[in-house]
Design a protein around this ligand. Structure first.
Ligand code: UD1
Ligand code: CA
Length: 465
């Protein structure tokens, strides 16, 4: 059984309870817009196309979403004014080919599993209407699934239109359905707005299908998170936790050891090798990969970085590769309290200690900068030891220049290397030096203010304010 699937994502509504300038479906969950989750899920179903219905903040929504990977086409259809969910799908009808099945989703319901939607499509089988439904202890506000005595689905009745007896029904419509497109178009044309809200209800197509003798199937699930929508900051935060819980579970299934799955945030794609350990309160953003045996200490924020096998990132380290990326070589030790910025490329067994900042610099194997230092636009050779308090003065106020520190150089404490400058291999820079000229290999370079003034001086008495 195989039929093309075209997904309609409803995203025209306002979402006033978010109290935000940002259109609701662009709020982020796990680092991606809510509606992006829906689009990406559609792509996992190998849908032929995704049509997003936009209205409120249409331009922003259209600019804020991306076509999914794979062959699924993404397009937008605008709905103005917004006259209800049936009216929304009516706007998409002209771009939906008759030979497929339409799967209706909502842009603010991000956590539906693709397996669940596949089961719904299997139930639809290209010829029936299939509704995703859920039992809710408190169904207030939702459309109720009205069944006949033999259990077959008869209609969806919206809460505001429901009788007392119907309001007692706890099986609700999730907002997700799969319908053969050719039939759907006929029913959409018959919708009216003669109801409590004066809206064109998509849910009215169910009674038309029943009237036309078409089987209406319900796929009833128990996992409310999969159909939960985001209407408020509280609901957004709740779904964020649910999403993070799923991510943590998947990582642990692969063997990643998380100190506490409830204290991990992954806002992009985290790829881990074997025997990776992650302590509490770490945030991973963008594309991050952790090689075999990598250990991440507590309270690290790591974005767009490759951490190679056996490296240890000590607590409170901030790594952000942004566009250039960061690479930490195998067996390196980073932190605590280190900062690696875009273009930091560290070889094997490099040590970067507390309060050391590295930006756009290459450090070869075995190089060390253990305390209170800055390396910017520098090329650092193997086994270089870079002293506490030393910096590269890489910026002359207009342009950036490179500092080259060749292999086996020792840079003492509190040095300023004024770029462009090269320290020759095996050389030593004496503590407290300001180096403005290239130094030869093996040399000792010392350049300090020579004069020391000592005089009698008394600290002034403190004046009361
Ligand atoms: C809808 C269902 C209800 C179901 C509930 C599940 C209808 C009539 N009712 O109700 O049976 O239990 O979802 O959450 O369908 N939208 C548009 N254009 C519009 C109106 C809505 O794009 O003109 C979008 C919204 O942005 C949202 C989705 O459609 O993404 C659902 O709209 P919403 O107003 O939340 O529907 P409910 O009234 O909650
Ligand atoms: Ca709703």
């Amino acid at each position: 059984m195989s039929f093309p699937v075209d997904v309609v994502v409803m995203a025209a509504g306002k979402g006033t309870r978010m109290k935000s300038q940002l259109p609701k479906v662009l709020h982020r969950l796990g680092g991606r817009a809510l509606a992006q989750h829906v689009i990406d899920t559609a792509a996992r179903l190998s849908a032929r196309s995704v049509v997003v219905i936009t209205g409120h903040g249409a331009g922003q929504v259209e600019a804020g979403l991306q076509a999914p990977a794979g062959g699924t086409a993404l397009r937008y259809v605008r709905q103005a004014p917004q006259l209800g969910t049936g009216h929304a799908v009516q706007q998409a009808a002209p771009v939906l080919p008759d030979d497929g099945v339409t799967l209706v989703l909502s842009g603010d319901v991000p956590l539906t599993r693709s397996e669940t939607l596949q089961a719904l499509l299997d139930l639809c089988a290209g010829e029936r209407m299939a509704l995703l439904t859920l039992d809710m202890p408190d169904p207030t506000g939702y459309g109720r699934i009205v069944r006949s005595a033999d259990g077959s689905v008869q209609a969806i009745v919206e809460h505001k239109d429901a009788s007392e007896a119907q309001r007692a029904i706890t099986e609700i419509y999730s907002g997700i359905m799969a319908v053969p497109t050719r039939l759907l178009k006929g029913w959409l044309a018959r919708l009216d707005n003669q109801n409590a809200q004066g809206e064109y209800y998509l849910t009215d197509v169910v009674k038309f299908a029943v009237g036309d003798g078409l089987g209406v199937q319900a796929h009833r699930i128990t996992d409310a998170v999969q159909v939960a929508g985001v209407n408020s900051p509280l609901q957004l935060a709740e779904l964020e936790r649910a999403h993070q819980g799923r991510v943590a579970e998947a990582l642990m299934e692969q063997g990643v050891r998380l100190a506490d799955p409830a204290r991990l945030d992954v806002r992009g794609a985290l790829v881990c090798g074997q025997d990776v350990e992650i302590d509490v309160n770490c945030v991973f953003d963008g594309q991050v990969s952790l090689g075999d045996g990598v250990r991440i200490g507590a309270n690290c924020v790591i974005a767009n970085a490759v951490i190679e096998a056996g490296a240890v990132i000590h607590p409170f380290t901030h790594i952000d590769g942004e566009k250039l990326g960061v690479r930490v070589g195998p067996g390196s030790l980073i932190g605590p309290f280190a900062r690696l910025r875009p273009g930091a490329q560290l070889g094997a067994e490099v040590h970067i200690g507390n309060f050391v900042e590295v930006k756009n610099s290459t450090l070869a194997a075995g190089a060390k900068a253990n305390h209170l230092a800055y390396l910017g636009d520098a090329t650092v050779g193997e086994r270089v030891n870079y002293g506490a308090g030393s910096i590269t003065a890489n910026y002359d106020g207009a342009n950036k220049h490179r500092t080259v520190i060749e292999a086996d150089v020792h840079v003492g404490s509190n040095c300023v290397l004024v770029a462009p400058v090269t320290i020759g291999a095996g050389g030593t820079v004496g503590g407290g030096s300001t180096i403005t000229k290239d130094t030869p290999p093996g040399g000792l370079a010392v350049a300090r203010g020579k004069q020391v003034t000592v005089s009698n001086w008394q600290r002034p008495a403190k004046t009361k304010s």
